[in-house]
Write a protein that binds this ligand. Sequence first.
Ligand code: 0L1
Ligand code: MG
Length: 261
Amino acid sequence: MSATVYQEIADYLVAGEEEKREVKKVTAELKKDLTVEEGYQIQEKIVSRKLAEGRKIVGPKMGLTSKAKMDQMNVDEPIYGYVFDYMVIDNGGKVSLSDLIHPKVEAEIAFIIDEDIEGPGITGAQVLAKTKSVIPALEIIDSRYENFDFTLPDVVADNASTSRVVFGTSPKCPSDFDLDVVGATLAINGEIKELGAGAAVLGHPANAIAMLANMLARKGEKIRKGDVILSGALTGAVLLEKGDTVLGKFDGLGDVSFTVT
Ligand code: 0L1
Ligand code: MG
């Protein structure tokens, strides 16, 4: 595929995001044999477009990091995407359904990075040594695809369904926790809908960040000091409805909440 075609598909996906409407998956019509590598080329065009529009990257993120999600998508490697500044909602703030398509929420642990991390060969222990702090987070994913119908290359092209994120407000030192056994509950309107532990994320959330560094190295990139990185979901994703009050409680790491208007 040419750079022009990558750009056309990137623009098609951004139009879905900005106009808050579903689009058909890329593999339905535009490019039936889209590969994962081509999906990342399209994602890069989306990232470049947003940067050119003055948006700032908060950090890359990992997705599809749980065995359940990987099995569901029939993949053996997670994916990455990018979180931008305009996607961040204050803890306790509001997420407007009219800004989104069909959002879902999932509970994650985010890493605030203290030093550049450059793969290949990075391990979870090396990530922890270069992590300044960890914070709980609620990620709001909003696939741009009709009826959530997509293949792995489609979701990679769609910036890994990245849409909004609410970060906790009290960073904690990672060495004070065994992040694999940190538990989290995700409650909507006071009812626990999902629960999980850090080990759901590739055995330990730091492993996901290590994998990210190693995946970025394939295109000559690295994790950067100051990046705030979502490591992947501890819980399943729950569809949001107008009026929902969402609360994520993370053992020892604190609470994160928002309401849907
Ligand atoms: O953050 C993620 O795990 C990305 C999920 C992509 C698939 C989806 O939209 O469910
Ligand atoms: Mg996620």
